[in-house]
Write a protein that binds this ligand. Structure first.
Ligand SMILES: [Mg+2]
Length: 233
């Protein structure tokens, strides 16, 4: 099939498809978002994937199981539109690393989020604790040979190697996406890997909101702007 003019779309979830909330479980997902994304994917011959820092299980909890491709845990877990898993199952974090993060959060009054393949410290309610939280998470990451992901008022310890750019590259190698021009839409630091991968593959990134030093060529002001651009609702 000639894919010269076909587009593949990769979209982040929090801050892109839904407004960021005080905590990860506080988001408000528009009632028909899953349906709208599924319809968009169908119009694009399934060249649409949600790429999130949340685990696949967590995405399912908030979005249900629409027939769209998705990557969770910053690209460590991937599934195609029919729900079948792609690639190897990622490792969980060492119990001791998670316990240390949880204990730190308890002592410092931060919110700890145990994720399927990571552990996150949220400091939205005490932003002044952010740099200390980052230092602590970095120490834990170094001690256990792990990696760090930073985001808006959150720092997360994850296994090495997971990033949204690799998820884009992996999807683009599948028959569904191959040959299309990839576009990544995202709002945060971890989306930069997605922007860069799309650029390498002849596409581009769209940043939601303003970020300094972004690899995205274009921007839209907010989540509403994403809905409008995609004519989602
Ligand atoms: Mg985001």
């Amino acid at each position: 099939m000639c894919r010269k003019h076909a587009v593949a779309l990769f979209v982040d979830f929090d801050g892109t498809m839904v407004e960021i909330a005080a905590g990860p479980d506080d988001i408000s997902v528009p009632l028909n978002l899953a349906q709208a994304l599924e319809a968009l994917a169908a119009r694009m011959d399934n060249r649409l994937a949600v790429i999130s820092g949340r685990s696949l299980l967590d995405i399912k909890r908030h979005l249900g199981a629409p027939a769209i491709a998705r990557a969770g845990s910053h690209g460590a877990e991937m599934a195609s539109g029919d729900g079948s898993l792609l690639g190897p199952q990622p490792l969980e974090l060492p119990r001791k690393a998670l316990d240390a993060l949880a204990e730190y959060a308890r002592k410092e009054g931060l919110r700890f989020e145990a994720k399927t393949h990571g552990g996150a410290l949220h400091y939205r309610s005490n932003p002044e604790r952010g740099s200390d939280a980052l230092s602590f998470a970095t120490d834990i990451s170094n001690s256990y040979g792990l990696a760090i992901k930073t985001g808006k008022c959150v720092v997360e310890v994850v296994q090495k190697g997971a990033n949204k750019g690799n998820a884009v590259r992996a999807f683009m190698q599948t028959a569904t996406f191959a040959g299309a021009t990839p576009i990544f839409i995202g709002d945060d630091v971890t989306d930069e890997d997605g922007f860069t991968a799309c650029k390498e593959l002849g596409g581009f990134g769209i940043c939601v909101g303003n970020r300094d030093d972004t690899a995205a060529e274009y921007s839209v002001p907010n989540v509403e702007g994403v809905y409008e651009w995609l004519e989602l609702f």
